[in-house]
Every structure is written in structure tokens, then in C-alpha cells.
Design a protein around this ligand. Structure first.
Ligand code: NAP
Length: 349
């Protein structure tokens, strides 16, 4: 049955992939966002070929008062997937107020709109950043909360409010604790996009005859992450949205890779021979033939807190949703590299 689905944050990475997925399934998509009059901001929707198939509604969720509630009520959605948020951990340390407003209060405005509409189902994307991962041997949707960044704290507030609305205010709000998910459409400031962009730049400079391109500089190479493809994650979000019972879920790949692994796979894909030498701050990735350094460590990029992580247990997700992530990281990296190569140094197509 065709549904009218409201996606907030439609101009972001997940918004674009979710819009594509829902249109492919025959649904009617309304996309909420800001500054649609700048055509460059629609690049992700255009890239996925959906910019003229979604109804775009301009609404800033930081707006106080009843405006958000009345505007959403007027749209009469069957379901809401609330993706809008200031989503960068690094930026949240520089702008904690904006982050709390956007990732925290923005979500509550959506929940309240859903309640006033008589209980429209909502999916709230929480983040691994809301979890207290330190010393945890088992990670799933029941891992204790203990955020370590303003972004994590704002998302934790929204996560707890989602539970309150569900358990005490008769509004079917589900949460999805999401681990890192990437794609060619990932924002420019995130580390995976930076790795791909910089190694493609080095490749391009070498091909143009530059003998010693400036190296890619990164923080902790040992940092472990669970990276999925954003396409997998939005499919999981839609399965959660349709689940007959609202609840808490976790969406991840279930695999852990270090930042070093991500760099090695990317270097191999763009044809850069590289060996790792040294340790800690002195570690470098260099060309085995001429010794040129492609990658070095810069303490300025270390995160203030970065707990070790165990693999995510996906058993309850797979059982409840019959959802499976793509098994390997390599195809995602290949897709990101191929996209970057076609961009020829531009930020967006
Ligand atoms: P994204 O690319 O940063 O997109 C977020 C979108 O939200 C942007 O288009 C942004 O628009 C919009 N937005 C922010 N504040 C807003 C406001 N006050 N009013 C209206 N729109 C606003 O993020 P994403 O990667 O698609 O992630 C989607 C959701 O999943 C986010 O809630 C994020 O926190 C969560 N999440 C993502 C990951 C991940 O690895 N990608 C992991 C865990 C959780 P502007 O350009 O106008 O700011």
C-alpha cells in the first residue's frame, strides 16, 4: 500500500538514499530541509535521480514555538523518519548549543507533532555516540547510555525522550542505534571521505608528475570503527518503520576495522603501493620503492575521548527485521573511490 512518508534531513546522505529507496518501493515522499533555493544543496538528490520526484518542504526544526507542529500536521504523513540533525561529533565540540537544539530539541518537536497527530509512527536515528562503550564486552540496543560528546549527549536525550513518548505517551516511536555508515554521498568533513579524497588527490598528483605530494594527515590509526554502507542502513530504517511494534534496534555491519585498514584498502584501490612503518605518533604509510610518505599521524586530529569498541551483536536485529548488512567493506570503498575519481577534485558533482 502506498504511504506518505515524511523524511526530515532529506538533503543529507541518509535522506537522499532513503528517498531513493522509498520511491523505488512506490511510496510518496515528502522531504523536509533548509535552503532549497540553492540548487547546489540538492546535489545528493540529483545524483540519485530523485530531486524532481520528492515534494520538498522548507522547515528549520530549530524554530521555537508551534510552527513546526502546525506545519507538520498540515502535511498529514503516514510515517516520519526523522534524520535531520547536526551530525558531526567534531563540530559538536565547537557548537554545543546548536547541536543540542538540532539533535536534541529538534527530535522532540517531531515526536510532539507525531503525538498531536494521534500517534504517527516515527523512527529516530540514535547513534553509537550515545553508548557507554568503555569496557563493554557486549554491544546491542540495551548497552548502557553514557555519551562522551555534545553530539552524543544531545542524541542520548532524544533517544530517552523517544522511549518516554513510546512507553508513557502512547506514541509509537522506534529508535535505531546507528554505527558509522558511509557512501560517496558522505559529508566532506567525515574521516572516510577525507581518506578517499586525499588518497585520490595523491594518485592524481603523481599521475600529473608531482614527485612528492603532501601526505594525508590523520588521527589515531588504531581507532576501530564499524562501517556500513548508508544504503544498507536506510533499508534497515524502513524495516523498523514498518515493524508492527515500536522498539529499540541497532543497525551496524557487525565488523570492526581500524582507520589503518580503511586507508590500506583505499590505497590499494587507487593503485598506491604502501607499507606501514613506525608506531603511535611516528607511524607513517610510505611508498616501498622510493620511501615517499603518503600518510602521517597528526595529534591535532585525535578525538578527546575514543573508547575501544567490541563488535556489535546483530542477532536481535536480524531476527526482528530479517535485515542483513553487506558482508564486506571493500565494495563500499571501491564505490567511494570511483565517485571521487569522477569528481576531479570538486566537492560535489
Ligand atoms: P547528514 O548528511 O549530516 O544530514 C543531516 C541533515 O539534517 C542535513 O541535510 C542538515 O541540513 C539537516 N538538518 C540539521 N539540522 C537541521 C534543522 N535544525 N532543521 C532542518 N534540517 C536540519 O547526516 P546523515 O549522515 O544523513 O545522518 C542522518 C541521521 O543519522 C542524523 O540524525 C545523524 O545524526 C544520524 N546518524 C548518522 C550516522 C552516520 O554514520 N551517518 C551515524 C549515527 C547516527 P543542513 O545542511 O541545512 O544543515
Amino acid at each position: 500500500m502506498q504511504e506518505r512518508v515524511l523524511i526530515t534531513g532529506i538533503l543529507g546522505q541518509d535522506g537522499a538514499y532513503l528517498a531513493r529507496h522509498l520511491l523505488d518501493l512506490g511510496h510518496d515522499v515528502i522531504g523536509l530541509g533548509r535552503e532549497f533555493d540553492d540548487p547546489a544543496r540538492l546535489w545528493r538528490l540529483r545524483y540519485l535521480g530523485v530531486h524532481d520526484q520528492v515534494r520538498l518542504v522548507e522547515l528549520d526544526l530549530d524554530t521555537r514555538g508551534n510552527d513546526v507542529l502546525t506545519r507538520i500536521a498540515a502535511l498529514r504523513p503516514d510515517r516520519i523518519i526523522h534524520l535531520a540533525a547536526q551530525s558531526s561529533v567534531a563540530r559538536s565540540f565547537a557548537e554545543p548549543l546548536l547541536t543540542a537544539e538540532s539533535a536534541g530539541m529538534g527530535a522532540v518537536r517531531i515526536f510532539e507533532a507525531a503525538r498531536q497527530l494521534g500517534g504517527v509512527p516515527v523512527v529516530q536515528p540514535s547513534s553509537a555516540e550515545i553508548l557507554d562503550l568503555q569496557g563493554q564486552t557486549h554491544i546491542d540496543a540495551h548497552t548502557p547510555i553514557g555519551a562522551q560528546s555534545p553530539y552524543g549527549a544531545a542524541k542520548a536525550f532524544a533517544h530517552l525522550m523517544a522511549r518516554v513518548y513510546r512507553q508513557s505517551m502512547a506514541t509509537p516511536i522506534s529508535t535505531a542505534i546507528l554505527f558509522n555508515h558511509e557512501s560517496p554521498l558522505r559529508g566532506d568533513a567525515f574521516v572516510t571521505r577525507k581518506i578517499v579524497r586525499e588518497l585520490v588527490r595523491i594518485r592524481r598528483e603523481l599521475d600529473a608528475g608531482v614527485t612528492q605530494p603532501a601526505p594525508l594527515r590523520l588521527g589515531k590509526l588504531d581507532a576501530l570503527r564499524d562501517w556500513s554502507h548508508a544504503r544498507d542502513i536506510v533499508q534497515g530504517l524502513w524495516l523498523i518503520a514498518q515493524h508492527p511494534q515500536a522498539g529499540d534496534h541497532v543497525l551496524a555491519s557487525g565488523r570492526l576495522h581500524s582507520v589503518r585498514d580503511f586507508v590500506s584498502l583505499t590505497a590499494a584501490h587507487v593503485g598506491l603501493d604502501m607499507v606501514w612503518e613506525g608506531q603511535g605518533l611516528d607511524e607513517v604509510g610510505r611508498c616501498p620503492r622510493n620511501g615517499h610518505v603518503w600518510v602521517s599521524v597528526d595529534p591535532a586530529f585525535y578525538r578527546p575521548t575514543d573508547p575501544d569498541q567490541m563488535p556489535v551483536d546483530l542477532r536481535s536485529t536480524i531476527e526482528a527485521l530479517h535485515w542483513q548488512p553487506t558482508p564486506s567493506l571493500a565494495p563500499l570503498i571501491a564505490e567511494m573511490c570511483d565517485f571521487e575519481l569522477t569528481m576531479n577534485g570538486r566537492n560535489a558533482p
